[in-house]
Design a protein around this ligand. Structure first.
Ligand code: 5GP
Length: 253
């Protein structure tokens, strides 16, 4: 039996060669890691939830004209995506102070920012994805000025879309990370949203109670991560309103 070729394995996902040239199959694992993989666990059902949630967000972005790598969901854990040349930068957008920004600048967690702030980190696990400036990005050739302008524009459109979507279901989008890739149409390159958008890569707080519904539940030992992600999926209508952790696996198809 022919075995498919693994192209890349990350902490939460695996990329396989796709059925057609220019495609990959993106597989969502149940593995959860934090603090640069110093803390790790397997959370049953997380991959299934992230596959569905990322499909939901990317499909919505596509519908409002934000290009993404998502093509279609294949099964509970896999989706077909476009092959891209990943830009080696994590793009972070922040609406409220939290996480490393709050620590770095001594800001109270949850305090409002004067405007959404876009940050770039170098994608390098060995270095712990360090924050980098535009000067670093241009000097080391990770992206051009045009790329950077396009990346900021894309990231802010994702922020507006995701903030509105979350607000509608009583959730504050505190911050999130996206990855962006290049695709070529003939001689012209375009940048599109790649990787995943899920509660693994966002901070999501309940508007009423402040309850955390994202990977901080795992990072800070605040409860059951799959319950938190199920709650997000349930509110967004990605899972039926009566979905519970017990019924979760059978309700997702
Ligand atoms: P912070 O810099 O405060 O740790 O993270 C800011 C936001 O980006 C958070 O929503 C966090 O989940 C996300 N983020 C930053 N780095 C990574 C990463 O390497 N992987 C994932 N999945 N999300 C990240």
């Amino acid at each position: 039996m022919a075995r498919r070729k693994k192209v890349y394995e990350g902490k939460a996902k695996i990329l396989y060669e796709g059925p057609e040239p220019g495609t990959y199959v993106q597989y969502f694992k149940d593995d959860a890691t934090a603090f640069n993989a110093e803390k790790r666990d397997v959370i049953e059902g997380k991959g299934v939830l992230n596959n569905r949630l990322s499909e939901f967000f990317m499909t919505g972005l596509g519908a409002i004209g934000v290009p993404t790598h998502f093509l279609k969901r294949l099964n509970m854990r896999e989706q077909l995506v476009r092959q891209v040349e990943i830009i080696p930068l994590e793009v972070i957008v922040r609406n409220l102070a939290a996480g490393t920004l709050a620590t770095r600048l001594g800001l109270e967690e949850g305090s409002t920012l004067p405007r959404p702030i876009v940050e770039f980190c170098l994608k390098d696990d060995k270095l712990g994805d360090p924050l980098v400036s535009e000067e670093h990005i241009f000097a080391f050739g990770w992206a051009s000025q045009q790329d950077l302008d396009d990346m900021v524009a894309l990231a802010l459109r994702v922020n507006d879309f995701m903030s509105g979507l979350m607000y509608g279901v009583g959730i504050k989008l505190v911050d999130f990370k996206i990855e962006i890739g290049r695709v070529w149409d003939g001689d012209y390159q375009r940048l599109i949203v790649a990787d995943e958008i899920s509660p693994d890569s966002c901070r999501l707080w309940d508007i009423e109670t402040g309850q955390k519904l994202d990977k901080d539940v795992f990072r800070r030992d605040l409860g059951d991560l799959a319950d938190a992600y199920t709650e997000v999926a349930r509110r967004l209508g990605v899972l039926p309103a009566n979905a519970t952790p017990m019924t979760r696996p059978t309700l997702i198809n």
